[in-house]
Write a new protein. Structure first.
Length: 122
């Protein structure tokens, strides 16, 4: 297996994704853009960006039109969701930075119905 182009999702977001989609979204200072400079603090965004990075690493090795498939099938839908008015960055902005989103309320499961421990986000 060939080596990854980027060692971590953080490196990929900083060096590839942000410059590419900053240009694609035509961002200029002062624009209202749903983006969080601390994207890793949003669990759904972190998972989406990690998935995008993994898919990008896969498709870049295929060559030919593979990156087009990555854009159409992966990047475009995820970027639309990430930057949507109701997406994970809806309360954040480039200039204003990170704002905490409330989590969905969850009722405690009765002991007799207990399943595997849930994943906890810090």
């Amino acid at each position: 297996m060939r080596e990854r182009a980027y060692a971590t999702v953080d490196e990929w977001v900083t060096e590839y994704f942000a410059p590419l989609f900053g240009d694609d979204l035509a961002y200029v200072p002062g624009d209202r853009l749903s983006w969080c400079p601390q994207w890793w603090r949003h669990p759904s965004a972190a998972v989406r960006l990690h998935a995008l990075w993994q898919a990008w690493e896969h498709y870049r090795l295929l060559g030919g039109p593979a990156l087009s498939v990555w854009f159409l099938d992966h990047a475009d839908p995820h970027v639309r969701q990430l930057t949507a008015p109701n997406g994970p960055f809806r309360r954040c902005s480039v200039e204003g930075g990170h704002k905490v989103n409330l989590r969905l309320p969850i009722a405690e499961r009765p002991e007799v119905m207990a399943a595997e421990p849930p994943i906890k986000w810090d």
